[in-house]
Structures are given as structure tokens and as C-alpha cells.
Write a new protein. Structure first.
Length: 422
């Protein structure tokens, strides 16, 4: 037999193209699920890990380490309590601390979180392995009613420098109360970072205090409604409480002792967490879910491979005529064996390759959606060796499963010889 076995396998599959196409689709969907779950898992981890860099400790009111990390860095969830400015100042003045970034949360603008801080935020906050925040337009805030927008806020709301915006009390899409008598002016827009910073409105701590003048009871008083922005700006705006603060140390060796001292501070209940350790706790919490999803996706791939085995086995008797014709033109029994193994491997290879293509198409849609919804860039979503290994592994596994129908066809060809069984 002069025709290559692979060519014969392709022609045989084309002759049964409907079955072959359905089998390829089943394999493609199963592989796309498996690869997609893994890519999303790795992409989310890489995206989370690049959100904050160069910060040694995060300090806030006593709560869980993961909760403190989520609401201060990722703007997920709500602060459980505030910490006093006096406690912050006591630790900020310590000689082993190089810098601190106080932050205050609790308000929003059209669903985007508002973060109050000082100039240290722009000088010391880092992400992505040491990158600092840079301005795409304008300058960092300096006045009480100045606001600096994250890149996504400016893009999605179509804001430009000089525009006035109104902040709302509360962190939802619809605030409890609009601070419309104290508007802020956009003085700067940040470069995209691929982190929650992109979806944040940044103001000064004094600005945060200004919009809450008259809110001492937790609700707007007559002063809150009557006082103009100019009147409030002329008041001595003293910060009494903040949500948390980031810490950069002069030496990493002081981290554990300072962390212990903060956690046992008697002035008020505080919690200091190392960002990397808190992230590890987060992964341990969701690790079970990851393992379950991984097991399910592997099982789905196995089911996809079984469809190849089933499709070949169920057509063996119908193809005995085909095998006899091949024998009559010079094919040996081992040619028949190789034909079916090649057919199984070929269907798996095409299906797996198609599944990888589907995954990258889906990632092209989902990655911008995740960034727009969470302000989190999913990293490492491009083509990688992992996909090649998956395609090769699926092809090899299918070839091994193809041995089962191939052996039956081999035995049938020996029994049938050159006779044609109808």
C-alpha cells in the first residue's frame, strides 16, 4: 500500500465528516474548559500579585488579614472600622519606618470608590514589581477639592481635566446622599496600571473631611446642607480617623518586630499584615475551589476523549467493508491498526488545537471585562508552552485509547482477510 497511513486516516474521517466534526467539537469544548480554567487561575493570581509592590505592611482596624487586604488594596468589601489619626501618627513617626501612606475610604462617585490620601500616595505607592503611579494628564491633587482620576474612571465616564464631579456618601452605584454642594475639580488623570487604582477617584484627606463636615452624627445636619464649599475649605480640616495605612520600612529586618508591636498595641485594636502573606491566605481559602474546578475540567477532557473512542468503536462493524477493500489493495493488518490509531490522534489534535483557539478568543473578551469590572488586569493570557503540552497530551492520550478499536479492527482484518463483509 503506497498511500501514507495519515492520508488514509484523513480521507476516512472526511468520509464520515458529520461524526468527525461533532467529535472534534466535543474535544474542543472540553479542552477549552480545561485550558480556560487554568489560564484564568494563573492570570488572576498574577494580576492580584502585581496590584501592590514595595509595601511592607498594611495596617488597619483589627479584622481578618484577607479582609484588610481586600478592602484596602482591591477595593472589595467594606472596612469594619476606622483607626485614629493619633495611633497612625504614633507609628508613622517611628525611626524604622521610611514612609507611610494614610488612606480613607467610604465614599464613591457613580459606583467608583473614592480614596482619600496625601502626597505620599503618589510618591511611594508601587505596583507591578516596582512601577510608580504616573500622570497621563494634569497634576496630583493639591487643593481641598482637587480630584485625580484613575484611567478607567476617566475613560468610562469620558471625563477631562477641569470638569467638576460630585461625590456620594456610600460605596454603591447609587449613593445614600450626594455631596452636591461641595463639588470636586478634576486636576489629574493617571496612566493605566491594570490594578484597582484605575477604577478609583483620589482626593486629599482634607477633601474627605470637607465633604463630611456636618456628618458627625452619621447623617447630614443643617450645617452639612447649608455650608458652602468655600466656607468649609476655610475651616481647620483636621483628620481624626483614617481607614488604614501602608508602611514602607527602612530595613526588612524590622518587619516582624514592628508587626508584633502593632498587633499588640494597647491604644486601640490594630492589625498589621504582610501583603504577600495575606495573598497566600487568600489563595489557601480559594484553593479548594480551584482544585474542584481543575478536577472537573480534567474529567470533562476525559469525557471528550471517550467520545473519540465511542465514535470509532460504534462504526467498526460498518467499516469492515472499508477494511477489506484496503486489504485488497495491499494494506496489511498493521496498516489497519495504524489507520485507526492515527484517526483517533488526528481528531484529538484538531479538537485540542481548536479548543486552545476558542480559549484565546474567549480571553480576548473576558480580560477587558474583568479589568473594567474589577480594575484587575489578568496577566499571562497569551499563548504559552502550556497549551502546546495540553495539545500533545490530549493527542497522545487519544492515540492510546485508539489502540482499543485499532486492536479490534486488526483482529477483524485477520479474520476477514480479503473478503468483504456487508
Amino acid at each position: 500500500m503506497n498511500a501514507p497511513v495519515l492520508s488514509l486516516a484523513l480521507k476516512s474521517a472526511f468520509n464520515r465528516r458529520l461524526t468527525a466534526i461533532l467529535t472534534i467539537i466535543a474535544v474542543a469544548l472540553s479542552v477549552s474548559l480545561f485550558v480556560g480554567v487554568e489560564k484564568m487561575r494563573e492570570g488572576a493570581r498574577a494580576g492580584f500579585e502585581r496590584t501592590i509592590s514595595g509595601t511592607d505592611l498594611i495596617v488597619g482596624a483589627r479584622t481578618g488579614p484577607v479582609n484588610l487586604l481586600l478592602y484596602t488594596v482591591f477595593r472589595i468589601g467594606d472596612p469594619t472600622s476606622s483607626i485614629s489619626w493619633d495611633s497612625y501618627q504614633e507609628f508613622a513617626d517611628r525611626p524604622e519606618i521610611a514612609w507611610t501612606i494614610p488612606i480613607s475610604l467610604g465614599d464613591a462617585h457613580k459606583g467608583y470608590r473614592v480614596l482619600g490620601s496625601d502626597q505620599n500616595y503618589f510618591e511611594h505607592y508601587q505596583y507591578g514589581g516596582g512601577s510608580r503611579l504616573e500622570m497621563a494628564a494634569g497634576d496630583p491633587y493639591s487643593g481641598v477639592y482637587d480630584a485625580v482620576l484613575g484611567a478607567a474612571v476617566a475613560r468610562e465616564l469620558d471625563y477631562e481635566l477641569g470638569e467638576e464631579i460630585t461625590l456620594s456618601h456610600g460605596i454603591g452605584e447609587v449613593g445614600f446622599h450626594d455631596h452636591d454642594n461641595r463639588p470636586f475639580k478634576v486636576t489629574g488623570i493617571l496612566q493605566p496600571t491594570g490594578t484597582p487604582v484605575d477604577r478609583t477617584v483620589h482626593i486629599t484627606l482634607q477633601g474627605m473631611e470637607a465633604i463630611h463636615v456636618g456628618w458627625e452624627s452619621g447623617a447630614p445636619s443643617a450645617l452639612a446642607r447649608a455650608a458652602s464649599a468655600e466656607d468649609v475649605a476655610s475651616m481647620p480640616l483636621r483628620t481624626d480617623e483614617i481607614t488604614a495605612f501602608f508602611v514602607g520600612l527602612e530595613s526588612k529586618g524590622a518587619m516582624l518586630s514592628l508587626r508584633r508591636e502593632i498587633n499588640t498595641y494597647e491604644g486601640e485594636p490594630l492589625l498589621a499584615v504582610v501583603p504577600g502573606l495575606a495573598l497566600n491566605q487568600l489563595w489557601s481559602v480559594i484553593g479548594t475551589v480551584e482544585r474542584v474546578l481543575g478536577a472537573i475540567s480534567v474529567f470533562v477532557v476525559f469525557v471528550g476523549l471517550l467520545t473519540i473512542l465511542t465514535s470509532i468503536l460504534t462504526t467498526l462493524n460498518e467499516r469492515r467493508r472499508e477494511m477489506a477493500i484496503l486489504r485488497s489493495v495491499g494494506a496489511r493488518p498493521w496498516h489497519i491498526f495504524a489507520l485507526l490509531v492515527s484517526e483517533a490522534a488526528g481528531l484529538a489534535f484538531i479538537g485540542a488545537a481548536l479548543g486552545v483557539v476558542l480559549v484565546h478568543g474567549a480571553m480576548a473578551v473576558l480580560a477587558p471585562l474583568a479589568e473594567s469590572r474589577l480594575g484587575l488586569a489578568l496577566m499571562g493570557l497569551g499563548p504559552s508552552l502550556f497549551e502546546i503540552y495540553v495539545i500533545l497530551a490530549v493527542t497522545a492520550a487519544s492515540a492510546l485509547l485508539g489502540v482499543i478499536p485499532a486492536w479490534r479492527a486488526f483482529r477483524n482484518s485477520l479474520a476477514d482477510g480479503l473478503s468483504i463483509r456487508l
